[in-house]
Design a protein around this ligand. Sequence first.
Ligand SMILES: CC(C)(COP(=O)(O)OP(=O)(O)OC[C@H]1O[C@@H](n2cnc3c(N)ncnc32)[C@H](O)[C@@H]1OP(=O)(O)O)[C@@H](O)C(=O)NCCC(=O)NCCS
Length: 283
Amino acid sequence: MIESSNKLFNLQDDEVHVWTARFLDDESTTNELVGLLDQNERARAARFSYRHHRMRFIHFHAIARQILGGYLGLSAADVTFVHGPHGKPETKSGRGCADIQFNLSHSGDYCLLAVRKDHPVGIDLEEVRDLPHALEIAARQFTHAEAKLLARVEDDARRDTFFALWTHKEAVIKALGVSLANLDRMTFGIDPTGHPQLISFDGNRSSDLSLMRLDAPPGYAAALASLHPIPKVMRRTWIGGQDRAPTRRKETAGRSQIAAAMSTKVSPLASEIPQSAADMLFF
Ligand SMILES: CC(C)(COP(=O)(O)OP(=O)(O)OC[C@H]1O[C@@H](n2cnc3c(N)ncnc32)[C@H](O)[C@@H]1OP(=O)(O)O)[C@@H](O)C(=O)NCCC(=O)NCCS
């Protein structure tokens, strides 16, 4: 693969970059950002009944394009996607583009974007909210053991445990590129610190899955999964929207503008979930 010389962001083999972006409700920025989307994304945006939801979709997709374009050495509008059988998007690499894998998750006013070389990743972000029907959902979607575990805790602890389990399970689903119908293929326990730990996948106690709880904005829960070990996570914050994201033309001319419109935290903020099933609080 030929590497492009126009890349703004570099990704090392042992790194997963996790970007956080926050939606900014601004009509004129939205009008600029919509120009970065392709026909399919614009059609999807147009189907939202609520203006806020439509704007959020436009912002998050435009931000993802700008970030991915930074890795690929392409302008945001030139990033093209192909979709897996269950809808998972991948960048279509062409001549001069690096091979990157990514996954996007959005909830409330935030989105997270995970980017890694070569190996599929899955990320899930959920706004933590009261769920009066958490046990019914768990009975339908989780394994019997997980539903039982959830029934043993109450109130805020049940809510937090539900979202911790949900984000971990969905991150795996998204790394695999399948659908939510697969949630019961894996079973998690909760360790003494309240973090989910994978116990089995497809009935096997060992698997190649690698999982991490991610620090998320207050009131949110998040997790990252990959089918390959995750040696290092770098957290980055996209703040381009505040400065107005560059249009396609400006972007080509203004690499430093985009580089200035993001901040980077190089210290790994993710806390890795140990793979050992010791000390599992299960029944
Ligand atoms: C993947 C899925 C679990 C994500 O649901 P969610 O909690 O609503 O959404 P998140 O915000 O975490 O992630 C959504 C993003 O994940 C990506 N995505 C979509 N389908 C995906 C899949 N199967 N696997 C991984 N990522 C996927 C997209 O970037 C999507 O963003 P978009 O909807 O704005 O385009 C859900 O969309 C699903 O079950 N999809 C499968 C549907 C299916 O089987 N369709 C078959 C016909 S296409």
